[in-house]
Design a protein around this ligand. Structure first.
Ligand code: GLN
Length: 339
């Protein structure tokens, strides 16, 4: 990436307001009702334990940056966070190492290829490209400062728990199931090491990555975690500062570019929010300054994104006015407000 001169002006923020909390509550329940019978898509089965998920589960939650919480359906049913962990581990690492180091080491551009692509690594001279695909996420986990694998895992678990505002626990069954069938991720770890892009023992790093993916969360937790990134890095439920506001901005930019893998452009076009999905059926979508949506439904499309979670978030993005690219002419808008 070419060097840009730094521009030392204070960063101002672009944020807006949500409708009143009772209206948000109504809209969350309406979005849930609208899609509750939608059964498009198929449950992931490449990790044996995930194939056992109940496909009917459907949870939806919105947490406002101002702290109000709205839950609908199975918002408190646990599932493993999977790839959604990538965005929060990334935020923790950027907070620790800074914008430039992580940009150069992990990258910020979309691969246009599947989340577990090996070809993407080869096509880019061993560069992992971005932290939202497995290669970049494994490279990011390797950057968590720790003296041992056990300490690295504990720091990741503690960090993600601070985002959620409660102690997150490992789902041992899903962890073991993935660890036993994890050849592809181990291959990715070793390939990165062969290119000098990963320090330490690649199998140990992949083990921490596999554990972070097997942390149990629910749709409500995802909304709290996302709302922390929408709230300049302060968890709006616990009041704890988890990362800096600059880190939230950087993280949401990479999430917007690559959070839905090769479907990221389509997602921005339809929904207009940074969002991250995981193969167990979760999606978190973040509206900076306003709040976040957490959704869970196990049936997925071909790229590994939950179909019903996507549809419910699309509905809420429109109904709540969250699309970052939507505007109305300022003059007409002011006239309407005065009327
Ligand atoms: N643990 C899964 C994997 O590495 C996560 C993938 C995902 O959620 N897309 O394959």
């Amino acid at each position: 990436m070419s060097e840009e001169p730094t521009d030392d002006v204070d960063q101002q923020v672009a944020t807006g307001a949500l409708p009143d909390p009772p209206r948000v509550d109504e809209l969350v329940h309406e979005a849930h009702r609208r899609y509750v019978d939608d059964d498009d898509g198929t449950v992931a089965d490449y990790i044996p334990a995930l194939a056992q998920a109940d496909p009917e589960l459907f949870g939806l939650a919105v947490v406002e940056a101002a702290g109000a919480v709205h839950d609908a359906g199975d918002a408190h049913r646990l599932f493993t966070i999977q790839s959604i962990s990538k965005l929060f581990v990334y935020a923790l690492v950027v907070d620790e190492l800074g914008h430039d180091v992580v940009r150069d080491r992990v990258g910020v551009n979309n691969t246009g290829l599947a989340f577990n692509s090996v070809v993407a690594i080869e096509l880019n001279d061993g560069h992992p490209m971005n932290p939202m695909v497995n290669a970049g996420a494994i490279a990011t986990t390797a950057l968590v400062r720790a003296a041992s694998t056990a300490e690295r895992w504990e720091r990741v678990r503690e960090g993600l728990s601070a985002f959620a505002g409660r102690q997150l626990r490992l789902n041992g069954e899903v962890y073991r199931s993935e660890a036993d069938t994890n050849d592809r991720n181990r291959a990715i770890g070793r390939l990165l090491r062969s290119y000098g892009r990963l320090d330490g023992d690649p199998d140990d790093v992949v083990d921490v990555y596999t554990r972070q993916c097997a942390l149990d969360v629910d749709a409500h937790d995802l909304a709290v975690m996302g709302a922390t990134l929408a709230d300049g890095g302060v968890n709006p439920v616990t009041g704890e500062r988890v990362v800096s506001a600059d880190v939230c901005r950087d993280t949401l930019a990479v999430v917007a570019a690559s959070g839905l893998y090769e479907r990221s452009g389509e997602w921005l076009f339809e929904i207009g929010l940074p969002a991250k999905s995981g193969v167990s059926g979760g999606i978190v979508a973040i509206a900076p300054g306003k709040g976040a949506i957490g959704a869970f439904s196990p049936r997925l499309d071909a790229a590994g994104n939950s179909v019903r979670a996507r549809r419910a978030i699309r509905h809420l993005s429109r109904a709540l006015g969250l699309n970052l690219f939507a505007s109305a002419p300022a003059v007409a808008h002011r006239r309407e407000e005065r009327a």
